[in-house]
Design a protein around this ligand. Structure first.
Ligand SMILES: *Cc1c(COP(=O)(O)O)cnc(C)c1O
Length: 432
């Protein structure tokens, strides 16, 4: 890819972008009357313009049908999740019956570990990435303790080598192989929230299985960002949130994936609830839990119609885009353009003020760039916000910027770099 550090170049890229109109489907926050350049979709995706209509439709059903809404109306609540399942299946590369919208992410991590972390005195260890999102660390530690083991003995974290920011696949695979005798579970992020590194999910899955372990992924930063093939990669289970790359709103509903090879396994533990009961018999209200077939059998509580309506609005935009094929193509170019322009800023400044720790290979990264700012990191981040650029900040010195192919443009990326250079000159040069 050849890029130019010129506004006209960015604008010509936008003119050639077949997805450029999707931007109009989203609502941008404003400051002092001007919209932000929003590069924070890794944390909270923007609101689809249609979200309000989708919610309104359900509020109308509630108003007009009340309890009859469960079985009547255009989208009876009893079956509403099925409309989402077929769309979610495209996002993560699964069969519709392998996915289900339910609960929130950390809750689902726990529920899936109930089924898929079944430690024995001989096989009780979990391998995860060092520096995983804290909620995942807490979930795994508490599951380990729940089963009577000590996290210090049971949890093995794979860390980057000294002086490196990201993990080497060979090191992950080596740790898995070295622990094969006692390994119960490999539970990794798909993309690490801090570094933006996309792990080699198929290789980790194969290695985990060869070691006799179950393999699951937390896809909070991967689902809706990079193309996934959960079924084909033979991953055992996964879950994700919908409010980051999938724009379903704060606290949005989570999704789970359970590979179909596990559907017939009646030995799996579940924390059961009535909504996981066989759909046709559910309202007989009988004693003795019988799971619905597929991922739906992991549901616990009554389906969450309003959060699903929000997720639905966004998934329909993904459908319009043609899902992750076209989106990823644009995403690769957008993020590569940002990477190129950061390099230009360093050249103009004459030193490496900005160090991108996110791997550059397309197979190892998504939309996000994690950038260490050498001097005045915090001041620079605040100056970006003051200049209407919203990324996010991670202690101690990392600025995360994520151009999102659904709603960011090449011009957004150009203007971000232009303002960042200006800010850098103002804030750093006097202190050189
Ligand atoms: C965002 C994120 C979470 C958040 O979990 P919630 O239960 O939705 O609050 C958990 N894990 C990872 C890896 C995340 O990126």
């Amino acid at each position: 890819m050849t890029f130019e550090n010129k506004l006209a170049f960015a604008q010509s890229q936008d003119q050639q972008d077949p997805l450029r109109h999707l931007r109009e489907e989203f609502l941008f926050p404003k400051q002092n009357g001007a919209p932000f350049i929003y590069l924070c979709g890794n944390s909270l995706g923007l609101q689809p313009r249609t979200a309000r209509n989708y919610v309104d439709q359900q509020l109308n059903n509630w108003e007009n049908l009340a309890v009859e809404g469960w079985f009547e109306g255009e989208t009876p609540w009893m079956y509403y999740h099925k409309e989402l399942k077929s769309l979610m299946a495209h996002i993560v590369g699964a069969h519709p019956q392998e996915v289900c919208p339910m609960n929130t992410l950390t809750v689902n991590l726990h529920l899936l570990m109930v089924s898929f972390y079944r430690p024995t005195p001989g096989r009780f260890k979990i391998i995860m990435e060092a520096g995983a999102f804290p909620s995942d660390q807490y979930a795994m530690e508490s599951q380990v303790r729940f089963h009577g083991y000590d996290p210090k003995d049971a949890i093995i974290e794979v860390a980057p080598r000294a002086g490196e920011a990201t993990l080497r696949t060979e090191d992950i695979l080596a740790v898995i192989a070295a622990n094969s005798e006692q390994l119960a579970l490999v539970l990794f992020g798909g993309i690490n929230y801090f570094t933006g590194q996309w792990f080699d999910m198929p290789a980790i899955t194969t290695a985990g299985h060869n070691a006799g372990a179950v393999v699951g992924f937390d896809l909070a930063h991967a689902a809706g960002n990079v193309p996934l093939q959960l079924h084909e990669w033979n991953i055992d289970f996964a879950c994700w949130c919908s409010y980051k790359y999938q724009n379903a709103g704060p606290g949005g509903i989570s999704g789970i994936f359970v590979h179909e090879k596990h559907f017939a396994d009646t030995s799996l533990n579940r924390f059961a609830g009535w909504w996981g009961y066989q759909e046709q018999q559910r309202f007989k209200m009988e004693k003795g839990f019988m799971a619905e077939a597929g991922a739906d059998g992991w549901q616990v509580s009554c389906t969450q119609v309003i959060p699903m309506a929000l997720y639905h609005a966004s998934l329909k935009i993904f459908e319009k885009a043609g899902f992750l094929g076209p989106l990823r193509e644009k995403s690769l170019r957008l993020t590569a353009y940002l990477r190129y322009l950061i390099g230009e800023i360093n050249s103009t400044l004459g030193f490496e003020q900005y160090k991108i720790i996110t791997p550059s290979a397309a197979t190892e990264s998504g939309a996000q760039l994690s950038i260490i700012a050498k001097y005045n990191a915090r001041e620079i981040f605040h100056a970006l916000v003051a200049n209407n650029i919203l990324g996010d900040w991670r202690e101690p010195d990392v600025i995360r910027l994520s151009p999102i192919p659904l709603y960011n443009s090449f011009e957004d990326v150009f203007l971000t770099a232009e303002r960042l250079l200006h800010i850098s000159k103002e804030l750093i040069t006097p202190k050189q």
